[in-house]
Design a protein around this ligand. Structure first.
Ligand code: NAI
Length: 328
């Protein structure tokens, strides 16, 4: 049998954790041939709740699961981690300024980045889900100078999946016919879901849609504000869909994108498409053999350029803010 892959999940007692852990343990993250060892990180007051979730995971008798450890110490939880899903974060509470939010999350992601640096396995892959995801990933990466920068990624796959469904509903095309969709920029309301390079059964999606008003006034805002819409209707934030996207992100990173298609991942910029180097911004990426590459050479029209620039400017501001707080 293959050696187990160690997967560390933070915020394990939260609602995304509850939707995520069972799917990891059942083999949906890494595939049906890969045994998994789970390591859960929680804050001390939530350890008991994490214990309860672990009891239920035990009660599923997943054949691929070789064990579960729970800790409130990042140095323990990231020890030997091959994959780290950083879900736990400090949510914005009423009256909280952005600076306070970034500072509170810096207090979480800086020590976690350090612990990953010191204790994770050499092949560590990190996905940050906890918001503000891109900038939390930037903070963790900065605290892990010995880990190759490209191993730190943030999640825009939920936005990508949301955009796929909106496009499918608009055109009536099955989801399986849609390829090459891209989310650019920040996982925030400024993100830019781009259909100009997307294809529907091989035809250009923007031409199939042929409705600029829908694109600017319905599609983009619906995708960008979907998280708030779910909170409004459900009374709680997206959890199962976020967990599903986290599974998709890592599964694609490990197993590769299909020929002729790509996905969206927020990754450290190498300067592609004018995105300042080092910012963790969403791009179209292809993956193969556990590595990803930013898709090169796409022509951006003025509409796309403006939207991407706006979202990237927000990321640059967040970077300045966390720099000012001494977190980078
Ligand atoms: P939740 O509040 O239900 O759970 C968060 C858990 O994290 C709690 O159990 C808390 O105790 C734990 N936690 C807090 N600080 C921690 C630390 N330092 N170490 C370990 N655990 C810690 O929240 P939920 O709904 O599970 O969401 C988690 C995060 O995911 C939020 O930041 C949310 O905004 C974000 N999110 C991101 C999405 C994306 O597309 N990137 C989509 C949906 C949610």
């Amino acid at each position: 049998p293959r050696t187990p892959v160690t997967v560390t999940v933070t915020g394990a007692a939260g609602q995304i954790g509850y939707a995520l852990l069972f799917r990891i343990a059942s083999g949906q993250l890494l595939g049906p041939d890969t045994p998994v060892r789970l390591k859960l990180l929680e804050i001390t007051p939530a350890l008991k709740a994490a214990e309860g979730t672990a009891m239920e995971i035990d009660d599923c008798a997943f054949p691929l699961l070789t064990g579960i450890d729970i800790s409130d110490d990042p140095n323990v939880a990231f020890d030997g981690a091959n994959v780290a899903l950083l879900v736990g974060a400090r949510p914005r509470t009423k009256g909280m300024e952005r600076g306070d939010l970034l500072e509170a999350n810096g207090g979480i992601f800086k020590p976690q980045g350090r612990a990953i640096n010191d204790h994770a396995a050499d092949d560590i892959k990190v996905l940050v889900v906890g918001n503000p995801a891109n900038t939390n990933a930037l903070i963790a990466r900065a605290a892990a100078p010995d880990v190759p920068a490209e191993r730190f990624t943030a999640m825009t796959r939920l936005d990508h999946n949301r955009a796929l469904t909106q496009l499918s509903k608009k055109t009536g095309a099955p989801l399986s016919d849609i390829t090459r969709l891209t989310i650019w920029g920040n996982h925030s309301a400024t993100q830019y879901p781009d259909i100009f390079h997307a294809e529907i059964a091989g035809k250009n999606a923007a031409e199939v849609v042929n409705d600029e008003t829908w694109l600017a006034e319905e599609f983009i805002p619906t995708v960008a504000k979907r998280g708030a819409a779910v909170i409004e209707v459900r009374g709680a934030s997206s959890a199962a869909s976020a967990a599903n996207a986290a599974i998709d992100h890592v599964h694609t990173w490990v197993n590769g994108t299909p020929e002729g298609d790509w996905t969206s991942m927020a990754v450290p910029s190498d300067g592609s498409y004018g995105v300042p180097e080092g910012l963790i911004s969403s791009f179209p990426v292809t993956t193969e053999d556990g590595a990803y590459e930013i898709v090169q050479g796409l022509e951006l029209n003025a509409f796309s350029r403006t939207r991407i620039d706006a979202s990237v400017a927000e990321l640059a501001e967040e970077r300045e803010a966390v720099r000012g707080l001494g977190l980078l």
